[in-house]
Design a protein around this ligand. Structure first.
Ligand code: GCW
Length: 597
């Protein structure tokens, strides 16, 4: 980034940024009042004119800067984002910790208060707006004391954050606790109790007096022990609408997460199937949500595993405004130690959703107080790619990786090629040494890093692979749990038979015997061994390639440290998983490699 440029409105920020970057050859900027987020860049006789809405003008300036840095002409087309809400959601707690954070402590919370370095947050505002993000939810969806106070006694502190991000076209959002009226002394939080609704209306009116452009509230209810409408025998439409009505007069959105499942399941119960839960809860409510409610659905039916099929709920609610949630924080995908570039995953989701792709997108943040913001400097590629994805509503894995690499490092073409190909291959490599063929949940419980094949097998979270001495995987077709039937017919056909099911989803949808010969002629057990050996070897090769690149001095040690930890992790996964299946199946590796007894 160049010198800091900031104003009090996005248009002023745009002017300041343009001045700082272009110095003498400043482009002309023209604000077109009703253009919103859209912009147009016109080049004529060596002069550049950027037209854009009150926020669009800033996006136009960023795009022009990006084009200049990438040494290419700007497109003259008028561009508008396909997604109106492009949200980054932070799981920051007010004690400064971050749930599933791998980049150091919170950038704005510390010891129970809002506390930040203004220059650093302005830099963050520039960074987020430069990739097109326009909503920032600042606190964890698991709202614990004292975070409830953010909409009450700590409102001035929340406001200080809103004021800081406003010049970058970024509106704040806040996670709220469904049971908060009880904290305030009310008898219950029943959404149909008029007292409760009145309390939320009064509280929300005060919030909007302080922060008139607040984007809205984010809610995790009846999920993983969080309170919610089920306590009162009410539906999630009744719960969400009550809050949405408090926000409505102020133009606020109520973002309601659809991450609801039974987290107290008995592992002996093979009828309850966690991936089926969200659809079972919400699909019957289609059409019942108010129009300022967004139902936010994780992209897969489980929980951000290395590979999951697309969530069937994203097809199942045509009368509801749906948002899709992805996770930049690498909880199950290497924790910003192992390289894992996510855009290929989003591309897969887009492919399966087709026209059903939601135009509201949210990402769980991967940011923290570390000097490079993302723990692993290379994890910044995911934030960049998410911003582009949210703007265009289309994942462009290669293009985003190339742009990011070029803007960040300015390598030679050969070096850039190495970095881009490592990024593009990283997901597949990670998948092969951890959980190929649609295996999920073999991670260490709680931390979710490193292998533990039975770690989640006898627990209450609905997370089973049910490996025994003959077979592994779960039959989710109509002969099994029936989950498959939640999909539209074309996907049912694709996933439903062993012959057609993409191998990456095989054990997610089917229970398969170890000696079953797969489409490529190898048995399942041989594939399990081969993928783990190959994945590990590929991780070693990738690390060797990346080590040769001239990363800047302050980044190099961070990157090298992570690459060596990734290799140890890959070896551990390979050996633990192969040994687990070797012991169970008794089948030897056809290639005679070492599998520890
Ligand atoms: O994957 C789980 C995480 C929790 C998280 C939850 C959620 C914020 O392990 O840490 O809680 O998902 O998405 O609500």
């Amino acid at each position: 980034m160049n010198e800091e440029g900031s104003g009090t409105t996005p248009a002023e920020t745009a002017r300041a940024e343009a001045k700082a970057f272009f110095r003498d050859g400043e482009p002309l900027l023209e604000v077109c009042e009703d253009w919103g987020d859209s912009y147009r860049i016109l080049e004529e006789d060596g002069k550049v004119l950027i037209q854009g809405g009150k926020t669009g003008i800033l996006y136009g300036v960023w795009q022009r800067i990006l084009d200049c840095l990438c040494k290419r002409r700007s497109s003259a087309e008028r561009r508008s984002p396909r997604c109106a809400l492009r949200m980054l959601q932070c799981w920051d707690n007010m004690d400064g910790t971050i749930e599933r954070g791998y980049s150091g402590p919170s950038l704005w919370f510390e010891k129970g208060t809002v506390s930040f370095d203004p220059a650093r947050l302005r830099m963050l505002g520039r960074l987020l707006s430069s990739v097109g993000i326009n909503v920032l939810c600042v606190n964890n969806v698991n709202v614990r004391e004292p975070a409830q106070g953010l909409i009450e006694e700590k409102l001035p502190e929340l406001r200080s954050l809103a004021d800081l991000f406003r010049p970058y076209g970024i509106r704040l959002m806040v996670s709220v606790d469904f049971s908060q009226p009880i904290r305030a002394g009310l008898a219950d939080a029943d959404p149909l109790n008029e007292e409760t609704a009145r309390w939320w209306q009064r509280t929300t009116d005060r919030v909007y007096e302080a922060i008139p452009d607040l984007a809205g509230y984010l809610v995790k209810a009846d999920s993983e022990h969080r309170p919610g409408p089920f306590t009162y025998g009410r539906s999630h439409a009744e719960g969400a609408n009550m809050l949405a009505r408090a926000l409505r007069p102020h133009g606020g959105q109520l973002v309601w997460r659809a991450f609801v499942y039974n987290c107290m399941q008995d592992w002996r119960d093979d009828q309850t199937d966690r991936p089926a839960a969200a659809y079972q809860t919400y699909a019957p409510l289609d059409g019942q949500f108010d129009d300022n409610v967004v139902l936010q659905v994780k992209h897969g039916p489980f929980d951000f595993q290395v590979r999951e099929p697309v969530s069937p709920l994203l097809f199942g609610m045509p009368q509801t405004r749906l948002g899709m949630e992805v996770q930049l924080a690498q909880e199950y995908t290497g924790q910003q130690i192992d390289l894992y570039y996510m855009a290929p995953m989003w591309e897969e989701v887009c492919r399966d959703l087709g026209e059903k792709r939601p135009t509201i997108l949210a990402a769980v943040s991967n940011l923290g107080r570390d000097a490079c913001l993302t723990g692993d400097p290379l994890a910044m590629a995911n934030l960049f790619a998410f911003g582009r994805f949210a703007w265009y509503n289309e994942a462009r894995p290669k293009e985003s990786a190339e742009e990011w690499a070029r803007l960040t490092y300015g390598f030679t073409p050969a070096e850039e090629e190495k970095l881009v190909s490592a990024l593009l291959g990283s997901r597949r490599v990670y998948e092969k040494y951890t959980s190929p063929l649609g295996l999920c949940w073999m991670v260490n419980p709680g931390v979710h890093y490193g292998p533990s094949p039975d770690g989640y097998e006898y627990q209450s979270w609905g997370t089973y692979h049910r490996a025994d001495r003959n077979a592994v995987g779960i039959d989710r077709t109509k002969t099994g749990t029936g989950y498959l039937l939640q999909y539209p017919p074309a996907l049912q056909e694709r996933y439903g038979t062993l012959e057609r099911c993409p191998e990456e989803y095989l054990l997610f949808f089917h229970r398969v015997a170890y000696d079953k010969v797969l489409r490529d002629g190898r048995t399942l057990i041989q594939r399990i061994y081969d993928d783990h050996f190959e994945g590990c070897a590929e991780a070693e090769k990738m690390a060797a390639e990346l080590e040769t690149l001239p990363f800047p001095g302050e980044e190099k040690p961070l990157i090298l440290d992570r690459l060596s930890r990734q290799i140890s992790n890959a070896r551990e996964w390979r050996d633990v998983i192969n040994t687990f299946f070797h012991r169970l199946s008794g089948a030897d590796d056809g290639m005679g490699r070492t599998i520890y007894p």
